[in-house]
Design a protein around this ligand. Structure first.
Ligand code: ZN
Length: 293
């Protein structure tokens, strides 16, 4: 259980003790290790969480690989309004922290953000093949996974490294999590919730989020799993249609229906504490991962 899904837990806005914040930072370090262990991040990619006592601040690790984050001192607090560090003397952070800051600024329901370059997902960010929910653990993907293409936003002469390295690019990415036509908020207001859980980033990777760390990690891991299953489904269908002596098989992928997505998403949300406990146990028993939080 966590501070959002446990009805008895202290909620943001309540008075939190330093111990609560300490526990959340420890959980954020564990989440870094889990994402690394499951190949969602390597030396690149990152996770952040909104500060439980102050919604205008978010927390993520400094400029280091997620697998070796180990101490509370490795974490940096940033202002949601502009993604600058609360402590002007803070050490170097990720250039792509604007992915996180703009999600927290735009959406009230977002308390954790994960950004990944996982290679299983990249074919869907480099081709026109849509990523679709193809099995019951990925109902959260819903009927559409939008694609953010940074190439459409560059000005002539601008450096084009595909990184979301400023608030303007972060805003454009965050806006993909809501439906076209929704009026985006100014700095004072927020959209209550997103319409999408995952957005692909053309030639780059994907970003997902959740109301808590467990949900965002679950979505990040199962987005990768779903992409792998979908790719294999497409390949095996194509191979069968070309090679089967039975013939007559038209390659058609059958994703979850909208009703299945809703049902599976509810089921996944209700049971995700089980994989979380497994994932924590895995990283706690591997020597690479040290958590002094
Ligand atoms: Zn990136």
């Amino acid at each position: 259980m966590d501070w959002y899904s446990d009805p008895n837990a202290t909620k943001p806005g309540d008075k939190w003790s330093q111990q609560d914040l300490k526990q959340l930072k420890k959980k954020l370090i564990t989440a870094n290790h889990i994402l690394h262990h499951h190949g969602v991040v390597d030396a690149y990619g990152h996770i952040s969480v909104r500060h439980p006592q102050d919604a205008s601040i978010y927390i993520m690790c400094g400029y280091m690989a997620p697998g070796v984050v180990s101490r509370p001192e490795d974490l940096i607090e940033y202002r949601v309004e502009d993604s600058f560090p609360v402590d002007p003397e803070a050490k170097k952070g990720y250039s792509e922290r604007f992915i996180h800051g703009e999600m927290f600024r735009m959406y009230e329901s977002v308390n954790c953000v994960v950004h990944s370059h996982a290679q299983d997902v990249l074919p869907y960010a480099t081709s026109e093949v849509p990523l679709m929910p193809v099995f019951h653990m990925a109902g959260f993907l819903g009927k559409k996974v939008p694609v953010f293409d940074i190439a459409t936003l560059y000005q002539p002469g601008e450096a084009q490294d595909l990184l979301v390295r400023n608030a303007c690019l972060g805003t454009e990415l965050a806006s993909k999590f809501t439906s076209p036509g929704v009026v985006l908020p100014d700095s004072a207001d927020k959209i209550v919730k997103t319409d999408h859980t995952v957005v692909l980033m053309r030639r780059h990777g994907y970003t997902t989020h959740g109301p808590d760390i467990e949900t965002a990690v679950y979505r990040a891991i199962y987005t990768k799993a779903n992409a792998s299953v979908q790719t294999n489904s497409l390949l095996i269908q194509q191979a069968w249609s070309q090679g089967s002596s039975l013939g007559g098989l038209t390659p058609v992928l059958q994703p979850l229906t909208e009703e299945m997505c809703d049902g599976c998403d509810r089921m996944n949300t209700g049971t995700q504490d089980k994989p979380w406990r497994l994932w924590v146990a895995e990283v706690e028993n591997l020597p690479l991962y040290v958590n002094m939080g």
